[in-house]
Design a protein around this ligand. Structure first.
Ligand code: GDG
Length: 725
């Protein structure tokens, strides 16, 4: 039976060493709760670092056995590995880069080497557990290389990957010396999840610009597989926070705090110590509030809980100093005997005390400079059981995409932040309740369990879709059946693409004219009884007429724009415009000027940029750029940019080989179809065919909607010749 394995840097249990020996402390994090429903079941497993350095083999064995009982398997890391892989590459290279703090990023070869080694270590640990058909869900930026490593060893496994931090613009990714390896590492997964659509878009753009891989409808085509990418905004365990807030313990703590605070109103902020969280900016904004609105002095306190984190990394130590200094300065400046402007805690608190703080805070100030999601914002919402309270939320936290009823601010705009605090403090109760109710409905519905389920379902669906795209070779057995069906049919159709199918590619498309053998073959096919031959091509009608017009066959030209029945005139599929060419031609000319060997082809209703003769790498890079450029220019028009084999074509949307072939079929019923094609434009044809049609994609091992693969135009001709005997 197949199992599900969760893999993350840290296990949901932390092993601690104290005077009495080892203790096992379960983590209360959102991820641990959400995935608990998965890893605790049956033979499932969570694989990760247990958080301590083991002393000897006996200790290792003991920990392994204890964790095994709770469905966990440890990966033991050494001090040097934690220094170079975790504090080094993960937290001093990837973390700052992915949060737009490139100036903090270090690029140490030794850190990279450790990162590769530790990912390999995780890979070995997973392989020791995983069967060939298991589902593996990998988490976060510490393990970006793991999906590809696992894929090599387990080609059939279902592998999901979720990134918990932002994925930045490709401009930042390209700064990394190891950018290609990192992207390829992620692409080993079948499904890659991000918190927001924005991160997903950045990822697609990085993959397109840096690896030259095309994407469509959230799917990336790699050489061997289709990888799906999607946004899954992570939720929290809503009930847990709502119940904690309502608990007698939280109420008792709150009562104690309120007594100490007397009538002071509370603004709350909670974060791990991190330069991405905007802690210093927040302090300065609070200072500004007290300057602009002196009436709040003595009335409002900022409770700031900062949880110690990564103090081995230089930036964190200096950030700590900066915060200490600011808090000291502001408190010294404003404090009175009965009032502290800032109540600063540098430690972590148990859940009941956290819940008490969420309860009593009239305002939550969540103002990260960058944050993948930010769960504190959602936890505050869930804890407001009387719906009173105001959330101020940074536009650059992933959570802002969902919590639009918060007061959304730019965290570096001190003035806006100070005004937002004032607005929150004077907001009417009715408005608070209205906003909070709307946010609660959303946070409750898209909770951590819904998130887990959505991801797992999508992963299963992705795998299923991959299987349906798995195309088998046209074997002799299939060919025999095909011929039998052909001979048994009353009306037959041969739907033949031209370039790449009937003839091979020529660097100059105008030189790919049919040879004598092909002309004879097509004529012989057209003379077969009850058999219609249709050449369906992206070529313009003039070229097709010149090359094959004398044959008694039908044509579909310009990807479906023009149709011609044997011996008749050309007809337009429907009335079309081509006045847009005037505007878009200069864009293509710009790319021709910048890309030696590329050229433009102009058809009646489409423009094509050809790059077959361009140096491969340059061609792919330019094609990605041009595609992005044209997609922008054609947004909200009825034009479409289509990627073919070494071509980009701008054409009218909605007309393609598939729509044209479907129309042909509606007018000419047949009971046998053989459709052959070699590129993406032929996928439209395959999609339009009835399931029993023999659809064949030319190109060995290519994924396609077609049922079968055949390797080359030579084999195509051999197959067609078999119909003649
Ligand atoms: C990363 C991404 C993304 C904090 N103080 C205490 C305490 N906490 C808990 C909070 C919350 C968690 O820590 C912090 O989660 P965040 O989401 O705010 O931030 P990161 O730790 O940076 O997490 C982030 C997240 O991954 C999930 O994908 O949202 O963007 O950076 O749950 O409640 N818990 C307790 N005592 C404390 O003092 N018990």
């Amino acid at each position: 039976m197949s199992r599900t394995l969760i893999v993350s840097n840290r296990l949901p249990t932390k092993v601690l060493r104290n005077d009495d020996g080892l203790t096992f402390q379960p983590s209360e994090g959102g991820l641990a709760t959400g995935l608990g429903s998965i890893y605790k079941q049956g033979e499932n497993l969570w694989i990760g670092w247990p958080g301590l350095f083991v002393q000897d083999a006996a200790e290792e064995e003991y920990i392994r056995t204890e964790l095994r009982a709770d469905n966990m398997a440890p990966v033991f890391l050494t001090k040097a590995e934690i220094r170079d892989f975790y504090e080094g590459f993960s937290n001093s290279t990837l973390w700052p880069t992915f949060h737009y703090f490139s100036e903090f990023a270090t690029y140490e070869q030794s850190h990279w080497d450790a990162y590769v080694r530790v990912n390999e270590k995780f890979c070995a640990a997973v392989l020791a557990q995983a069967g060939p058909e298991d589902t593996i869900w990998i988490h976060d930026y510490q393990l970006l290389l793991l999906p590809e490593m696992l894929r090599k060893a387990r080609p059939e496994a279902s592998i999901g990957f979720f990134l918990h931090i932002p994925f930045p613009s490709q401009e930042l990714i390209r700064v990394l010396p190891w950018r290609e390896q990192l992207l390829r590492g992620m692409l080993g997964a079948d499904l890659i999840g991000f918190h927001t659509f924005g991160y997903l878009r950045h990822f697609l753009s990085a993959v397109s610009h840096l690896l030259g891989l095309p994407a469509q409808n959230g799917q990336i085509e790699t050489a061997s597989r289709t990888v799906r990418v999607d946004a899954f905004p992570m939720g929290i365990d809503y009930e847990r926070y709502a119940l904690a807030a309502a608990s007698p313990e939280a109420q008792a703590h709150e009562a104690v705090y309120l007594e100490a605070l007397r009538d002071t109103r509370v603004i709350l902020s909670i974060d791990r110590l991190d330069y991405t969280k905007g802690i210093a900016q927040r302090l300065r904004a609070f200072d500004l509030l007290l300057q602009r609105y002196p009436e709040w002095r003595g009335q409002v306190s900022l409770i700031m809980l900062v949880v110690p984190s990564r103090d081995q990394v230089a930036q964190y130590a200096s950030l700590k100093e900066e915060i200490d200094e600011l808090v000291g300065r502001f408190n010294a400046q404003y404090r009175t005997i009965g009032w502290n402007p800032i109540l600063y805690f540098y430690r972590s608190l148990p859940l009941e005390e956290l819940a008490a703080l969420y309860r009593l805070a009239e305002v939550a100030l969540v103002t990260p400079i960058r944050d993948g999601m930010n769960l504190v914002a959602k936890e505050y919402v869930a804890s407001k059981i009387d719906q009173r309270g105001v959330l101020i939320l940074s536009e650059r936290a992933g959570a802002a995409r969902e919590l639009s009823d918060a007061i959304i601010i730019n965290p570096t705009d001190m003035g806006q932040l100070a005004e937002a605090m004032h607005e929150a403090l004077v907001m009417t109760e009715d408005e608070q309740v209205a906003r909070m109710t709307a946010m609660q409905a959303l946070v409750k519905r898209y909770n951590i369990f819904a998130w887990t389920k959505l991801f797992m379902n999508q992963l299963a669906y992705t795998k299923m879709k991959q299987h349906t795209l798995a195309t088998e070779m046209l074997t002799p057995v299939v060919t025999t059946q095909l011929l039998a069906d052909y001979h048994g049919a009353k009306q037959r159709l041969l739907l033949l693409d031209y370039d790449g199918t009937l003839v091979g590619f020529h660097p100059n498309p105008q030189r790919a004219e049919p040879d004598q053998e092909l002309r004879l073959l097509l004529r012989a096919l057209s003379e077969l009884p009850d058999t219609r031959v249709v050449v369906i091509s992206g070529r313009d009608r003039a070229t097709l007429t010149k090359w094959l017009g004398h044959l008694p066959i039908d044509f579909i030209a310009e990807h479906g724009v023009w149709l011609r029945a044997a011996g008749q005139e050309w007809e337009l599929f429907q009335a079309l415009r081509n006045d847009w060419m005037r505007d878009l031609r200069p864009v293509l000319e710009l790319y021709v000027a910048r890309t030696a060997g590329s050229f433009i082809e102009e058809k009646d209703f489409s423009l094509v940029w050809h790059y077959r003769r361009v140096d491969t790498d340059l061609g792919e890079v330019r094609a990605r750029e041009l595609l992005a450029h044209l997609s922008f220019m054609t947004a909200n028009t009825d034009l479409q940019v289509m990627e073919g084999n070494k071509v980009l074509e701008i054409k009218n949307a909605g007309i393609n080989k598939g729509t044209a072939a479907a129309r042909w079929l509606a007018a000419n019923p047949v009971d046998f179809i053989l459709a052959l094609g070699d590129d993406r434009t032929d996928e439209d044809t395959f999609r339009a065919m009835p399931p029993e049609a023999y659809t064949v994609r030319v190109g060995a091992g290519v994924r396609s909607l077609a049922r079968f693969n055949i390797s080359s135009p030579t084999e195509v001709r051999q197959l067609l010749r078999k119909l003649l005997v």
